[in-house]
Design a binder for this molecule. Structure first.
Ligand SMILES: [Zn+2]
Length: 695
């Protein structure tokens, strides 16, 4: 039932291209409450359903919840790009209701019974499509992992564990935040700031002002260094004062590890509860539970990936470090070994000496309009699509936002997307991301709804006389997010819950995005998206060579660090307590001894700050970063093998990529999808070769 006010509420009556020009925070509460009530009514009906079928159960359930989640997605989107107190209030007010509705559906024993009946029917006489079966299986798994199969004592215990884990995760990140906030390193002697850029001095003086030194200035101090990454990282890279680097480094690797903010018992408790929870749900370990939602077939496959990459990186990492020590010693470093707080500093000096290019010099070659043209031309060349600007054809939330349509070569519409390119620090969340407003969907009346994606970046602003001149990392970021969008827009799956980026396993999601990044290092592609903003000159060969070299600078030690983090995570969730140790610190030390070229400090307690796995979603999943990178490099290698200069081969390989990796989305298992593209399982060789670590 829609009242007159509801029917004009743009978060209730959501148009295909949402009416961003009319949405206000005041619409949120009324619209969301109405959606909730309507969804709840359908869910209650479906719980009583006699004979579950896809059309009778799964499809109506999705369609009942869709308006609610769609509206909620729009609220989240506006909160990220047009943040205001009013949007935040609307969001915070409604969030608990959304969470309880989600749990209520996932934990409904009646719905769970209906799913199982549908599965049994399909097993007796197959009637579901492949994508439908995958959706049903992940729905059943989510319900089971939400505890729906438990009753009595185990159910109570499960709920108590869930509560405690949520509390522990919040406490872990609060401790970490508070520990970072509580720490200050006061610097009063300007000589101690030797080497630091002026922007750093200004920020540190500002931090001093805020901490009770109102007279602090960028030139005269005092300055306050903190453990915030934007302060800490440049300090370790640039400060000549070794004593202060050491002090800051030691504070960083021991943060949240003592006193009231000590995270060590919290993390042990978290690991124990995860083990217990996995046991209640019938999994041997928490890692087994986590891997049910991943592409990796098992813990051994992750171990194997680590072993293959580590074997290739170990000798080059030792060589890189020996070379760095020699460089440092020939530049006045008097010790016999580099300490942990010396690596960032000396590798920056060596990088400057070898590969220095000025960011300003490079940016002049990447005017935003040229980069976009190059990106679209590449997509056309690879996938046979056309991207057309369609500004003004859709309402937008900010005047900078662009709108584009994507067509097949014969002009058939395929999808559309928004691009919100520029930084707006006061109202827009940092970083870059891709999201969806619509997913490809065959509606019950037979009509096809096409996908709508959104790309958000935070790149350099244009000036009145010049377009946005992009830093090189902004270019690769744009390619990354466009890769996600392509997977969403070029899907051929018509079951919305498995189309585009939906229902793709966590460790496979970054394949399509990282694949696109590879093209930024390909000579011809880079030529096509660069041109000097004033002279129109092509990117000089010498600058290209430096970009390539800088990409792989110290790749081996960086790779080992990532493998170390991934392995500690996996050991703690798969084999702990066990052979490597009876406390998490011992496990960490054992893994470090195996993988890291430089030993950790005896007092290192970085686990107390490892929020990815203790307060984020990465538990038994940190390896996903490398896993997806391997897939992306191996997919790119298919183009290299076909011949990057052979247009027919590139087009044929691109078509195959589009028809498999981009088309099949979450409707097919990613290993099957990858093999359909590559005609074999993924291999690590391409990643190693691209990183300069082969043979
Ligand atoms: Zn991504």
């Amino acid at each position: 039932m829609s009242t007159p006010t509801l029917s004009t509420n743009p978060l209730y009556a959501i148009s295909y291209l949402p009416a961003f020009d009319r949405m206000t925070p005041e619409h949120a509460e009324t619209a969301l409450r109405a959606h909730l009530a309507e969804a709840e009514a359908v869910v209650a009906q479906l719980e009583e359903l006699a004979t579950p079928t896809w059309q009778g159960l799964m499809d109506p359930l999705y369609r009942a919840c869709y308006p609610l989640y769609s509206a909620w997605g729009l609220v989240g989107h506006l909160l990220s790009v047009m943040n205001s107190d009013a949007w935040r209030k609307a969001h915070d007010l409604l969030q608990p209701e959304l969470v309880s509705f989600g749990l209520r559906v996932a934990q409904s024993p009646r719905l769970y019974q209906r799913y199982l009946e549908l599965r049994a029917t399909d097993r007796a006489t197959p009637l579901l499509t492949g994508p439908q079966r995958r959706i049903l299986e992940s729905t059943i798994r989510s319900a089971e992992q939400a505890g729906v199969g438990l009753s009595g004592e185990p159910r109570q215990r499960f709920n108590a564990i869930q509560q405690e884990l949520a509390t522990l995760s919040t406490a872990f990140s609060n401790h970490l935040l508070d520990a970072v906030k509580a720490y200050s390193l006061w610097i009063r002697d300007p000589a101690d700031l030797d080497g630091l850029p002026s922007a750093w001095r200004a920020a540190a003086a500002q931090a001093a002002k805020e901490a009770g030194e109102p007279a602090a200035t960028a030139e005269q101090g005092p300055w306050r260094a903190t453990l915030d990454a934007p302060v800490l990282v440049p300090f370790l890279k640039h400060a000549r004062c070794r004593r202060l680097r050491e002090e800051l480094y030691r504070a960083h690797v021991t943060r949240a590890s003592s006193g009231e903010l000590d995270n060590s018992s919290l993390l042990e408790r978290t690991l124990a509860l995860r083990r217990e929870m996995a046991g209640l749900l019938g999994y041997p370990t928490y890692a087994h539970l986590s891997l049910t939602r991943k592409m990796a077939p098992g813990i051994e496959a992750v171990d194997q990936l680590t072993a293959d990459l580590a074997a290739a990186a170990q000798a080059p990492a030792r060589r890189d470090n020996a070379e760095l020590l020699a460089f440092a010693r020939s530049n006045g470093f008097a010790e016999s070994e580099l300490a942990p707080w010396d690596y960032a500093f000396w590798s920056e000096r060596l990088r400057e000496q070898r590969y220095a290019y000025s960011e300003e010099e490079l940016r002049a070659y990447f005017p935003f309009p040229r980069v976009l043209d190059g990106l679209f031309a590449l997509s056309e060349r690879l996938f046979g699509i056309r991207v057309q600007a369609a500004d003004g054809e859709a309402p937008v939330w900010h005047p900078d936002v662009r709108f584009f349509r994507v067509l097949a070569n014969d002009g058939t519409p395929l999808a559309s997307f928004y691009l919100d390119p520029y930084s707006r620090p006061a109202t827009k969340r940092g970083g870059a991301w891709m999201n969806e407003f619509r997913t490809r969907d065959r509606l019950p009346d037979g009509a096809l709804r096409l996908p709508v994606a959104v790309l958000v970046c935070n790149q350099t602003l244009p000036t009145p006389t010049q377009p946005s001149l992009m830093r090189f990392d902004e270019v690769t970021t744009l390619f990354h997010e466009f890769g996600h969008s392509l997977q969403h827009m070029l899907t051929t799956v018509e079951e919305p819950e498995a189309s585009g980026i939906n229902n793709v396993e966590w460790d496979a999601v970054e394949l399509a995005s990282q694949f696109m990044e590879n093209w930024c290092y390909e000579r011809a592609t880079l030529q096509g998206l660069s041109q000097h903003v004033e002279t129109g000159a092509a990117l000089p060969e010498e600058l290209f060579a430096r970009i390539l070299a800088a990409k792989n600078y110290r790749a081996a030690p960086d790779l080992l660090r990532q493998l170390f983090l991934g392995t500690v995570d996996m050991e703690l969730h798969a084999r702990y307590p066990g052979a490597l140790g009876a406390d998490a610190e011992a496990v960490k030390r054992a893994v470090a001894a195996r993988l890291l070229p430089v030993p950790l400090l005896p007092e290192d307690r970085f686990l107390c700050g490892f929020s990815h796995i203790f307060a984020g979603g990465y538990a038994a999943g940190y390896y996903s970063y490398k896993w997806a990178e391997v897939l992306a490099a191996d997919a790119f290698a298919a183009f290299e093998e076909a011949g990057l200069h052979d247009e027919a081969a590139v087009a044929a390989t691109g078509r195959r990529y589009r028809d498999t990796i981009l088309a099949l989305g979450g409707g097919t298992h990613p290993m099957e999808v990858f093999q359909a593209f590559r005609s074999r399982p993924p291999q690590v060789a391409a990643l190693l070769r691209h990183a300069g670590l082969a043979g």
